[in-house]
Design a protein around this ligand. Structure first.
Ligand code: MF3
Ligand code: CO
Length: 256
């Protein structure tokens, strides 16, 4: 069932979203060579506590995972696409880092992610991949207008990926967000224009394109059961916002 949110509930979700945006902008500043994903996780833990929020990730265990998730951020480096568990290996110059983060505040969840290449001499191909992923997210958000269809969002994302000849994961995508992190509907990163659910004011969804430098779309899981890697070892980027469909158009809830 798809639960539409009232304007007051959307404002409450935006408060959770502001916490997410503030933490992610701090992590973006701190991400650098010599800093480890575990260090970033510790920064996020402190900021969650200061904000009076709780992590939506720690202890989370969907049906497909062998263990509860052990951290408050996902940190996916280079060929890791999503769900990387933060480790103590310092980032190296040129690493492509994706950070995914969600909190609950006053009973409402917000979920977002960004990608960045750390160090002084980033590979231009990685920078282009990150920029395309952000453009794909922007295009998906722009398509989330009342009266449009769910397929319009996936179509917009796929169009950006195709233009750059990037790979896309077919069976991973966004989701409804509300009192829980993952709700109906599933929001595919591929879709057909004019097809699928009609978007109505009050629909709150996370839109999250994941683009692969390799044109092949395969992936595999690490032994930890969480980390999703590209099958061909190519780098991947991820960007995500939680947005509300409103009468005035899409409203980004995970913005500062
Ligand atoms: N934000 C992630 C997503 O929507 C959820 C990560 S699940 C966790 O896919 F357990 F790793 F936290
Ligand atoms: Co998400």
């Amino acid at each position: 069932m798809i639960e539409l949110k009232t304007p007051g509930e959307i404002d409450a979700m935006a408060a959770a979203g502001r916490v997410v945006a503030t933490v992610l902008s701090t992590l973006r500043e701190k991400a650098a060579p010599e800093v480890s994903p575990h260090d970033l996780d510790m920064v996020a833990r402190d900021m969650i506590a200061d904000a009076g929020a709780t992590s939506s990730f720690i202890g989370y265990q969907p049906s497909w995972s062998p263990t509860p998730y052990p951290a408050v951020i996902c940190a996916s480096v280079n060929d890791a696409v999503v769900h990387g568990i933060p480790d103590r290996t310092p980032l190296a110059p040129g690493d492509l880092l994706s950070v995914d983060f969600a909190v609950h505040l006053d009973g409402w969840c917000a979920d977002a992610a960004f990608s960045v290449v750390v160090g002084a001499a980033p590979d231009p191909r990685d920078l282009a991949l990150v920029a395309a992923t952000e453009r794909a997210l922007d295009a998906g958000i722009a398509a989330a207008r009342p009266g449009a269809r769910l397929g319009d969002i996936g179509h917009a994302i796929t169009a950006v990926a195709r233009r750059g000849r990037y790979g896309l994961l077919a069976d991973h995508g966004g989701h409804g967000v509300g009192r829980t992190m993952h709700e109906a509907p599933f929001v595919p990163n591929q879709g057909r224009r004019g097809k699928g659910l009609t978007l109505r004011p009050g629909l709150v969804i996370a839109i999250e394109p994941m683009l692969l430098l390799g044109a092949r779309d395969g992936y595999r899981h690490d032994a930890d059961g969480w980390t999703l890697r590209t099958a061909d070892g190519s780098h991947a980027a991820h960007a995500e916002h939680t947005i509300a469909v409103t009468a005035d158009g899409p409203r980004i809830l995970t913005a500062a």
